[in-house]
Design a protein around this ligand. Sequence first.
Ligand SMILES: [Zn+2]
Length: 195
Amino acid sequence: MNEANEIIVDIHTHHPRSGVLSPTMAGIHPWDAERGIAPPDFANCDIVGETGLDYACDVDRATQERLFREQLGAAERLQKPVVLHVVKAFEPAVNIIANYKIEGVVFHGFIGSVQQALEALRRGYYLSFGERSLRSSKTRQAIVATPLERLFCETDDNPALDIAEVYTEVAAIKGVTLAELKKEIYKNYKTLFRL
Ligand SMILES: [Zn+2]
């Protein structure tokens, strides 16, 4: 087995594990947009986020949007990728992102239709899938439609979930082996972070 086959990437986790490659994040979640949190140390993270818009929560939308724009501005200035939390706000989110020159955009925990997935892919974004994505039948169709070179897997906030379980399910949907999926996702990681 070569080295690349052994590397497993979890693109978005709140519980980093040894032996799993995950970027460090700095960002203000849309859920926290009204808390008056000081700007995080964007310069010393791998990826800005999670940031975005969540129209399913009751946080003021204008405040969410202001913070989202500030963080996209920081990512543009520092030439860092962003990890997005977008819920029931796909169109407004992509319209805002289009105003910034971002090096890499990852939709984390993507849940959506094939049509939305294709729209995000057309714009050059990556889609990351986790356990909630896998429980959504329309999103499973979106996984089918997502090419391997634009796909990530994640465990997000579930400390009990092993990233290998997500890979196993996504590999089955994509019709590839676990080793192939690991290799492709590690390649995506290197492209995203220009390694
Ligand atoms: Zn998260």
